[in-house]
Structures are given as C-alpha cells and as structure tokens.
Design a protein around this ligand. Structure first.
Ligand SMILES: [Zn+2]
Length: 292
C-alpha cells in the first residue's frame, strides 16, 4: 500500500460519538493509531455473513465465512500474507451462507479454537465441516447460553447468549439455534446474531434484561421475521449492520426491518451498499469506515 492510498483510506474514518442516549453524530477524524483498538469488520461476501475481529493485542476471531470462498480474499486486507493462523473461529449455524467460507479458511489457515453449537445438519458441507474440525487439531467448544471466553487477559470478553443448553440434543441445526455472541471491549459491545428470528430475540432479551450492545449485526440478513423491537433498540445503540447480497432473491433487508431502524434513528450500514464495514473501538469511542 503506498502512502497516498493509506491517507485516502484513513481520511474516511469517522467517529460514532454517543452524544446523549441514542443520539450520535458523525465527525471526520484522523487515524488514531491501531494498537489500543479492537477492530470489528463485516465483510461484503454477498448473500451471507462473515465477520472478522482483531483485538488490541492481535487476537483474531472469524465469525462465519459467508458463501463460496470470497472470504479468503477479504481476509487479505486485515491480515498480512504471512499470517496463516487464526485464533478463534465461530460458526453461528451450519447453513451454507455462513459455513462455506469457513471450510475454505480451515483449508488455508491454522485455526486454534473452534466454537459452534455442536448441532449439525444433514448436508455434505456440514459433514465436511465436522470432518475438518476433527482433523484441525484445534480446541473445539460446543457452546450454549451463559458460556463465556475471556481474551487478552480479560480485556475482551466473548459472551454466548444462545442457543439454550437444552437445544444440545437437537438433530438438525436451524436458524433459531444460531450461536449468538456478544463481544465486549470495556464499555462497548458488538452483538452477532446469526439467523435467529424476532421471537428468539425476544427470549434472549427476556433472559438478559440488561442486554446492551453498541453495534448489532441484524439477524438473518434483515429478513422480515427478524428484528424484535426491544432487542434491536437495546442492542444497536450506535449502529446496525445488515449483511446481505445486492438484489438478493429473498428481498433482504425487509422494509419493516429498515423502518424499525429508522424509527429509533439507528445508523444502518449494509454490506450490499457500503461494502466492507469496519468499526474500531478503544472501549469508549467507536470509529467507523466503509470500504468498497
Ligand atoms: Zn443466513
């Protein structure tokens, strides 16, 4: 990357300042140095989900891999070419638009820790997933609500909010058995929801009445069955991200979901329109930029 490009890219950084309650303003901001930030990146992988988190100490987490293998090219941006290792991999659920890219990542990177529900699906890809993770040599965590991981000596926490433990016996993975995870750096939190529906969001909200997040990945690509009002208002204090493909055949995101976000004045970003969506937080301020 030459200096000119770097300058141009960083000029696009903006700050999400949480002025009062749910209000925020956008201000241009110069690059503020990387080392104290957790970076959360939603990749534009078409119709699907893929996100990448790098903590201040360099711990890397990939959450879903999108369809196909475009995630490999996307990873080239935050990761230098010589870095062939990823610390944590989280699979929300074994549908192809979340899983396929992770198979490509497993083929191309060494992964140290793998987190999923343990609830598979009768598909060739899911069988491949189960074989590959068994052979990866990673620590495998089959998680459910109330599990928690601390990273960077406790500076970053990953809380699992769903599925419930009693789902463990389920034979077939489904949208509503998605792993829901909140990643917290000091006072800021990012919520990853897989493809759960509004009813499940309501249950999670009831079980966690103090649930709060600053950035919410809208569940199920903004489908009309997702985005419970209380859950959304409480967990998208600064911004919401819709991960979906351009002109996708499902009509995602649904107008009702977008109306709800507008009603609460929630800054909404879409991978189909904005490209890759990148947040950085020092645990207080949140910076945002998008890249095509
Ligand atoms: Zn999906």
């Amino acid at each position: 990357m030459d200096g000119g490009e770097k300058k141009h890219r960083f000029a696009k950084w903006a700050i999400l300042a949480l002025a009062v309650a749910d209000l925020f303003v956008w201000l241009a901001l110069a690059e503020s140095g990387r080392q104290n930030f957790t970076e959360v990146r939603f990749f534009d992988v078409g119709q699907g989900d893929a996100a990448f988190v790098q903590t201040a100490r360099g711990t890397q987490i990939i959450i879903d891999g999108g369809p196909g293998n475009s995630v490999l090219e996307k990873l080239g941006r935050p990761m230098p070419f010589y870095d062939r290792q990823i610390d944590w991999m989280i699979l929300s659920h074994p549908d192809g638009d979340h899983l396929s890219g992770l198979l490509a990542v497993l083929e191309n990177y060494r992964v140290d820790n793998i987190v999923w529900s343990g609830i598979g699906k009768d598909s060739a890809e899911c069988r491949q997933w189960e074989t590959m993770i068994a052979e990866e040599g990673a620590r495998i965590f089959e998680v459910s609500a109330r599990d928690k991981f601390t990273l960077d000596g406790g500076a970053v926490v990953v809380e699992i909010l769903s599925p419930e433990t009693e789902s463990a016996g389920a034979k077939e993975g489904s949208n509503n058995l998605s792993v829901v995870a909140r990643i917290i750096h000091k006072n800021r939190a990012f919520l990853f929801t897989g493809d759960i529906d509004a009813k499940k969001e309501e249950l999670i909200f009831r079980a966690n009445p103090d649930l709060r997040a600053d950035v919410l990945k809208i569940a199920h690509h903004g489908s009309k069955y997702s985005a419970n009002e209380e859950f959304t208002a409480g967990s998208a204090v600064a911004a919401a991200v819709v991960s979906c493909g351009k002109n996708n055949r499902y009509g995602h995101p649904h107008p009702e979901t977008l109306d709800l976000l507008e009603k609460y004045d929630i800054k909404t970003l879409r991978t189909d329109e904005d490209g890759n969506i990148v947040f950085r937080t020092d645990g207080e301020r949140i910076f945002l930029r998008t890249e095509k």
